[in-house]
Design a protein around this ligand. Structure first.
Ligand SMILES: NC(=O)N[C@@H](O)C(=O)O
Ligand code: NI
Length: 171
């Protein structure tokens, strides 16, 4: 592709099945494993994500306060955590964007998949899955983040040879 080209990226609604190659969707949906507890007061949506702290790692819980991204948004870089998973659970009730590519070799823009997540859907990136850092929309948004603390290098970043562009969320 010529040097000044960009690849338009399609935005799809986030769904458990289509996100499966990249990790899990964390949401209280009918297709999740769930059962009633606390004498009928509470429904437990059970074991929704495979949290992997990796070798000598410890699971930690943090809050990321993300500034909103403006659209159109140019995806120029991707990152991965080769030692552990990373989960984002929205706390502000707003939609956000998720950009992923399969674990393995550094992706080209053609391999990127963009999902629009609802404000009641979280995601867990499986170990090594390429993703773009947090893409909050519409306003400052808080996310509960479950990932790893421990020894070793756990963040690889790459620049895309051809950037992708997210023109709009389609909603
Ligand atoms: N650097 C950091 O902790 N954040 C990224 O991993 C991210 O995915 O937002
Ligand atoms: Ni990350």
């Amino acid at each position: 592709m010529p040097a000044d080209t960009f690849l338009p990226l399609e935005v799809r609604p986030l769904a458990r099945e289509t996100f499966a190659p990249y990790g899990e969707v964390i949401e209280a949906s009918d297709d999740a494993s769930h059962f009633t507890i606390n004498a009928g007061n509470t429904e437990r949506y059970h074991d929704l994500a495979r949290i992997e702290p990796g070798p000598d790692g410890r699971v930690i819980v943090s809050i990321f306060r993300g500034q909103p991204r403006a659209l159109p948004f140019t995806v120029q870089m991707m990152e991965r955590h080769p030692l552990a998973s990373q989960a984002f659970i929205p706390l502000s009730g707003r939609p956000y964007l998720v950009v992923v590519a399969p674990a393995g070799a550094p992706p080209r823009a053609e391999a990127l998949r963009v999902f629009l997540a609802r404000g009641d859907q979280g995601v867990n990136y499986a170990t090594g899955v390429w993703h773009h850092p947090l893409l909050a929309l519409d306003g400052v948004c808080d996310f509960l983040v479950v990932d790893r603390s421990g020894p070793g290098h756990n963040c690889d970043e790459i620049l895309l040879e051809t950037p992708g562009v997210i023109a709009h969320t389609g909603c």
